[in-house]
Design a protein around this ligand. Structure first.
Ligand code: NAD
Length: 359
């Protein structure tokens, strides 16, 4: 029960903060950056993460150390644990929940479908059940994904486009999450904002993502596989730098409005919003490799293969006009600049002598 003492202590310290945020998935890539940014600007933050082994748990523990150095405490637990969630809400008066815990990755779903249902559907419902039952209800901002646009969307993707052909189970669970969130909004009045992130990259990133394992394999002299679309078509991603995503997340928290209605006033329904958070600048994956070669000063051994139909889409490209209008979201980091920061971090983190790299 050590965490209860630590949480109470940090709740007391945070009682004067403008907003107090529960960040789920706090030891994850995006969760770490968002938590540190919230803390830096003076908000109350408490993290929750189950430290699962989907990718190297040592990286999650290293992020946890960084979080602790920044004053963010992370409770180890699962979003499916109702008693734990209840306890956390009893101890801390959260004004907001930044929900980033999820089973990510598209290919892992083929061998492990249950973990997507566990975290992205059952866990999300469990969290929403808790948020609906507390008074006052927290405003929720959560991570959906560009993957909801699926196989048949035209580019650039805008929020009103069809999302009826998910290309993977991961995408299907994110799409289901949006429907579930909308249901909790209109039935129980929860204020909910969904953010469709587009291929986020940067320091402390995820080892299962292409930019990360390409860097690793290029440095090891291993052959990397670059996929091309049918008829030698380009596979491209709207790579979005982590600092831009963090700004979008903070703005979504700051602009989240709750329902009104107490004191005899007419009740205004709580918000339900969905935004694309991308970079509006898709880059062919082959070009990503060329930038990495330049930054790492190593020529990659490339193999080009046709893209398998196993969950990936050919092209992603965000239309961000809605996020610009309502969140003031304006990404400002191009791929070369962002990758330079990633490579600097990567080399520091992975070299034994510089284990405690700064970001
Ligand atoms: P991540 O895997 O690094 O972070 C997710 C964290 O959630 C992990 O630390 C994991 O241990 C934790 N977690 C998973 N299931 C949990 C559970 N049941 N209970 C408690 N903790 C749990 O992923 P990320 O890249 O930081 O992604 C954050 C969010 O953004 C996810 O919802 C992801 O689906 C979404 N997203 C990410 C990207 C991207 O490019 N990184 C793109 C689109 C959407």
């Amino acid at each position: 029960r050590d965490w209860e003492r630590r949480v109470s202590r940090s709740a007391r310290k945070q009682s004067s903060s403008a907003i107090t945020v529960l960040v789920t998935g706090a030891a994850g890539f995006v969760g770490t950056h968002v938590s540190v940014a919230l803390k830096r600007r003076g908000d109350g933050v408490l993290g929750l993460d189950n430290f699962n082994h989907y990718y190297d748990p040592n990286l999650k523990r290293a992020r946890q150390k960084l979080l602790e150095r920044s004053g963010v405490f992370v409770v180890e637990g699962d979003i499916n644990d109702s008693l734990l969630l209840k306890k956390l809400f009893e101890v801390v008066a959260f004004t907001h929940v930044m929900h980033l815990a999820a089973q990510a990755g598209v290919r892992f779903a083929m061998q492990n479908p249950g973990s997507y249902v566990h975290s992205n559907i059952a866990g999300f419902v469990n969290l929403l059940e808790l948020c609906k039952s507390v008074d006052p209800q927290p405003a929720i901002v959560w991570a959906s994904s560009s993957s909801v646009y699926g196989l048949n969307s035209k580019v650039p993707f805008s929020e009103k486009d069809r999302t009826d052909q998910p290309a993977s189970l991961y995408a299907a669970t994110k799409k289901a999450g949006e429907e579930i969130a909308h249901t909790y909004n209109h039935i129980y009045g929860l204020s909910i904002t969904g953010l469709r992130f587009f291929t986020v990259y940067g320091p402390w990133g995820r080892p299962d993502m292409a930019y990360y394992f390409f860097a690793k394999d290029i440095l090891k002299g291993k052959t990397i596989t670059v996929f091309e679309a049918p008829n030698h078509g380009t596979v491209a991603r709207d790579f979005t730098y982590i600092d831009d995503i963090v700004k979008g997340c903070l703005s979504a928290l700051d602009t989240a409005k709750k329902s009104t209605g107490s004191g005899g006033k007419k009740k205004r329904p709580a918000q339900f919003r969905i935004f694309n958070l991308g970079n509006t600048s898709p880059v062919p994956v082959g070009h990503l490799v060329s930038i990495l070669e330049k930054l790492l000063k190593v020529k990659a051994k490339r193999k080009v293969l046709p893209m398998p139909r196993n969950g990936d889409v050919k092209y992603t490209h965000a239309n961000i006009s809605l996020a610009y209008r309502d969140l003031g979201y304006k990404p400002s980091t191009n791929l070369e600049t962002g990758l330079k920061k990633f490579v600097r971090w990567y080399l520091g983190y992975h070299s034994k002598s510089k284990k405690k790299s700064s970001w």
